[in-house]
Design a protein around this ligand. Structure first.
Ligand code: HAM
Length: 421
């Protein structure tokens, strides 16, 4: 094994059993998004590095230390593997003038890349379902985003809890920031190294510190809630009223500030205590300034992203299985006449919409039956020269104790289509 090449640390293969689960999950998710009127946007995985620096913020963990950035040696451009999908979505919306006739509801599903320390629930290549509602200003949109999350959790049989906060608008954030800097400056002696570094660049992130020695200081820090202006407060109140009207429980967490700089007003996270340290399965909020900041005509926006690996882990913890498809039939055959009829039989089954695996590689019926069993197929369709001459097949149930029967091919197809066992 020592000289074999392994996958890159923190980047996982998705093997067929897992891929079945992912496909079933994506099917549910695509149907959910369709029902809410969201349409897919597919953007490149590589973008110009400047996009993420401008959108996410220079003084964020992602931009400072987690991006896979490299210089394209052919033309000297700095490129980055996307660490998230909001920046790319906004770039594409501006580039193609998608908001020319009003707001757009968009989604994306795909891999994101962050050079974090891998651990359970945290990977260097991970996957998100991202949902972005662009061009909508009201709290009804924030509510729609949260309501649709709750709807998905119900379908998936999981129950993460909702944490909610408002960051206010840019003016109130600015006022709060000044008060915060003054407060932390007065308590320099308690600040850890990370916080000292952030004091003038991004003081809000100090509140996010996981360092227990900083907790008391953070608890007593000036609250953004106290600086909210009337419009932001009304927005937050209206959102809460809509959540209550939809029967959605939430907890206001004034410490929720998020790790990306583009947010204003509403921010939220869906969290669980069932996954250890990486308990946030979905996160998002409003980012009314980002479109303008990236050079577009000013327009409000809000969205969220679900971490697929974490969500699937939560579903596993909750014991919600996702059905994985199995073939209806594994076709075993032996004899010169049988091989031709088996091929025709396989085609007929597939034309009828059934999944049929045609045995390849010869061998005895006994060894073929072992392969049939391993294929997870519901039935073995057995064809010897006898059956071939009579244009019949023997149907042998592989997952029940029912008797095998010998029937004409069209009858076998009807039977396989109409039985679920
Ligand atoms: P985020 O909080 O950075 O937000 O990521 C969203 C979700 O992606 C997290 O809650 C988590 O479930 C998952 N995630 C993040 N990093 C990792 C990782 N290293 N391994 C596994 N899962 C991870 C955003 O990305 C924003 N773009 C969300 C958004 C969309 N806001 C507005 N629109």
């Amino acid at each position: 094994m020592s000289n074999t090449i392994q996958s890159v640390r923190g980047m996982n293969d998705c093997l067929p059993d897992a891929a079945d689960t992912w496909q079933a999950f994506e099917g549910i998710v695509r149907d959910w998004l369709r029902r809410y009127g969201y349409r897919e946007l597919r953007t490149p995985i590589l973008e110009h590095t400047g996009l993420f620096k401008r959108a996410i913020g220079e003084v964020t963990d992602i931009v400072e230390k987690e991006m896979y950035t490299f210089v394209d040696e052919l033309n000297g451009e700095s490129l980055t593997l996307r660490p998230e999908g909001t920046a790319s979505s906004v770039r594409a919306v501006i580039q193609h003038n998608l908001l020319y006739d009003g707001g757009k509801r968009l989604f994306y599903i795909g891999p994101m890349f962050r050079h974090e320390r891998p651990q359970r629930g945290r990977y260097r290549q991970f996957h998100q379902v991202g949902v972005e509602a662009l061009g909508f200003a009201g709290p009804d949109t924030d509510a729609e985003l949260i309501v649709m999350c709750a709807d998905l959790w119900r379908t998936l049989g999981i129950s993460p809890t909702l944490q909610l906060n408002t960051l206010g608008d840019y003016a109130s954030r600015h006022r709060h920031r000044q008060k915060l800097v003054a407060y932390f400056e007065a308590h320099q002696d308690v600040l850890d190294e990370d916080s000292k570094r952030r004091l003038h660049s991004n003081p809000l992130r100090i509140l996010d510190s996981k360092n227990p020695a900083m907790q008391a200081l953070n608890d007593a820090a000036p609250k953004l809630m106290d600086e909210l202006d009337d419009a932001a407060r009304a927005h937050f109140d209206a959102l809460q009223a809509l959540l209550r009207a939809n029967g959605i429980a939430y907890e206001i967490n004034p410490r929720l500030v998020r790790g990306l700089d583009y947010y204003n007003r509403t921010v939220f996270e869906w969290v669980t205590d069932q996954l250890g340290a990486q308990g946030t399965v979905c996160a998002g909020g409003r980012y009314d300034g980002l479109i303008e900041q990236l050079g577009g005509k000013p327009a409000p926006a809000a969205g969220f992203a679900v971490g697929i690996e974490r969500l699937l882990a939560l579903m596993e913890a909750a014991g919600t299985p996702l059905a994985s498809p199995v073939p209806s039939a594994y076709i075993c055959h032996a004899g010169d006449a049988a091989v031709a009829f088996a091929g025709q039989g396989a085609s007929a089954l597939r034309e009828a919409g059934l999944a049929a695996v045609l045995h390849c590689g010869g061998g005895s019926f006994k060894s073929q039956m072992k392969k049939a069993d391993a294929s997870r197929a519901r039935y073995a369709v057995i064809i010897g020269d006898d059956e071939a001459v009579a244009r019949q097949v023997t149907l042998k149930p592989l997952r029940s104790t029912a008797e095998q029967t010998r029937v004409e091919l069209p009858l076998a197809i009807d039977y396989l289509k109409n039985t679920t066992t």
